[in-house]
Design a protein around this ligand. Structure first.
Ligand SMILES: [Zn+2]
Length: 364
């Protein structure tokens, strides 16, 4: 006969499994929705730019921000004049574009491709001679102008649902419990005044410096959820871990799914943050559907969440029924609360651009 402790553990495992299934179907629902599809289709119309053009855009956007011409310090969608018109957006009066360098290519032909001296440039409309091969090559660059979406007006820009920061108090003792587990792994927990100190993120795990930093200018519920996420990174994604080289998207899905489970066991509903966050990162992993990614990480996530929950001496939801992902279930336990949704998160692309490999950042 199982002892009470063992049966409680089994119950908990079953609840975590159930919770993960609900997370998976919530992700599935989100990524199959119309808003999501439209946002992806929109983003797909912006081709990747060269590194030097990205730098040119950033520098000029920073100048426009300092001059008060654009509302956000980070560029969002950047398009040429005609491309913008094609998307139903007109450049607003008085907004000057950012200069980038557009490649100018020429066609070259030769009958002896291995001889670099033999290539001749073809004129406009000129056909190669019989037996000649033709290649295009960049010959120069000419200035072209692009505008940030915030410099234009017109049809609304489709955006995927963004993670919403949790609001309200943190469950009693949870911060200290999680911080203790982070410190057991040899990391120092730092609280920083604002996101400007940690690359615009909510939290950062630095495996080299052995620090976990969480910003303090958000509600305690969001801070403690962030710490749970970073603890997930500490336990699962250090450079010494087998899976250290996996796609960053998978790491983010794992850390945030674990944070959802830890939050749920303490009566916190993190779904307003977790579902868009997990969906967005899962969608960045090439070659698989987001739902497949979430499913594939389930076992690792559950094990990690279980190990964390076992080591905490916090008051956890009595009957193991977590709230969240199921609006019809009444909430139990003294820590149960309904977090409200506040400010949207910064632009995903902007956050991506400064990612460094030794650092796991939380925050889209
Ligand atoms: Zn993260």
């Amino acid at each position: 006969m199982a002892t009470t402790r063992e049966s409680t553990r089994e119950q908990r495992e079953a609840k975590l499994d159930e919770l993960h299934e609900r997370l998976t179907s919530a992700v599935e629902q989100l990524v199959s929705g119309e808003d999501w599809r439209r946002a992806l289709a929109f983003a797909a119309r912006f081709r990747a730019r060269s590194f030097s053009n990205t730098l040119l855009i950033w520098a000029q956007h920073a100048g426009a921000y300092e001059a008060g011409r654009v509302p956000d310090p980070m560029p969002s969608y950047v398009a040429g004049y005609r491309q913008g018109q094609g998307l139903g957006r007109q450049v607003e009066k008085g907004q000057s574009g950012y200069m980038i360098l557009a490649p100018v290519t020429g066609r070259f032909a030769t009958a002896t491709p291995s001889d670099p001296e033999s290539w001749r440039r073809l004129g406009k409309g000129e056909k190669p001679r019989p037996g000649e091969v033709v290649r295009s090559k960049m010959i120069t660059a000419k200035p072209a102008y692009v505008w940030d979406a915030s410099q234009t007006a017109g049809d609304p820009i489709p955006e995927p649902p963004a993670p919403k920061l949790l609001e309200g108090e943190a469950p009693v003792g949870l911060w200290d419990g999680l911080a203790g587990l982070v410190e057991e792994r040899g990391f120092t927990v730092l609280r920083v005044p604002h996101e400007g100190m940690i690359h615009g993120a909510n939290g950062v795990t630095d495996y080299t410096a052995k620090t976990v930093a969480v910003r303090e200018n958000m509600d305690p519920a969001a801070q403690v959820k962030t710490l749970a996420h970073e603890l997930g990174h500490v336990l699962l994604h250090g450079p010494d871990q087998e899976d250290a080289r996996q796609h960053r998207g998978i790491g983010e899905v794992e850390a945030e799914s674990a944070a959802l489970m830890i939050g749920a066991a303490h009566g916190m509903d993190t779904s307003g943050y977790t579902i868009p966050y997990v969906s967005t990162w899962a969608a960045r992993v090439d070659g698989k559907e987001p739902v497949e990614i979430v499913k594939a990480t389930g076992e690792r996530v559950r094990k990690t969440a279980l190990a964390i929950l076992d080591q905490l001496d916090t008051v956890q939801v009595a009957n193991g029924t977590p709230p969240g992902l199921d609006r019809d279930t009444p909430q139990h336990g003294h820590a149960a609360r309904e977090p409200r949704r506040v400010e949207p998160f910064p632009e995903p692309e902007a956050q991506m651009a400064s990612a460094t490999p030794a650092i796991q950042r939380q925050g889209l």
